[in-house]
Design a protein around this ligand. Structure first.
Ligand code: 5GP
Ligand code: ZN
Length: 136
């Protein structure tokens, strides 16, 4: 399979590994968006969140606090973002992964949500709930 992360798992491509167990691999993101920028991936090839099974995401998240705390102790960031991109506009590698991105003062990272507070009435919220619940 032509997947760069599967190749990293199989050792066909080198990586800077932080942690590995039977089901999960954590390694440094090659771009180092901030110091310690880490990716955590399941060894099972899963495209993104829409294909995830419970067991796999449990395996992935089981190691998140350990790695987050290691990054915190190692580099003393002021905070940490956990990011997961699915499809457009940001997913570039189609093997599920979490980004752990330690944050520092003036680190240049752009990460913000749009604040639409006050823009919508209660009916809008109710319609949203109905639409989502129909699909659960
Ligand atoms: P996405 O944009 O899909 O959420 O993130 C993919 C990430 O994989 C990017 O941050 C990119 O830097 C990282 N990446 C892509 N190719 C490689 C590689 O060969 N080695 C490592 N360590 N990271 C990679
Ligand atoms: Zn893969």
């Amino acid at each position: 399979m032509d997947c760069i992360f599967c190749k990293i798992i199989n050792g066909e491509i080198p990586s800077h590994k932080i942690y590995e167990d039977e089901n999960v691999l954590a390694f440094l993101d090659i771009t180092q968006g901030t110091k310690g920028h880490t990716l955590i991936i399941p060894k099972k090839h899963i495209k993104n969140v829409y294909e995830l099974d419970e067991e796999t995401i449990i395996d992935v998240f089981r190691v998140v606090p350990m790695i987050a705390n290691a990054l915190k102790k190692a580099f003393s960031p002021i905070g940490l973002n956990i990011i997961n991109n699915n499809d457009q506009p940001h997913q570039s590698v189609f093997h599920f992964h979490l980004h752990l991105i330690p944050r520092y003062e003036n680190d240049g990272m752009q990460l913000s949500t749009v604040d639409n507070f006050g823009k919508y009435d209660p009916k809008y919220f109710q319609d949203l709930i109905n639409s989502i619940k129909e699909e659960l």
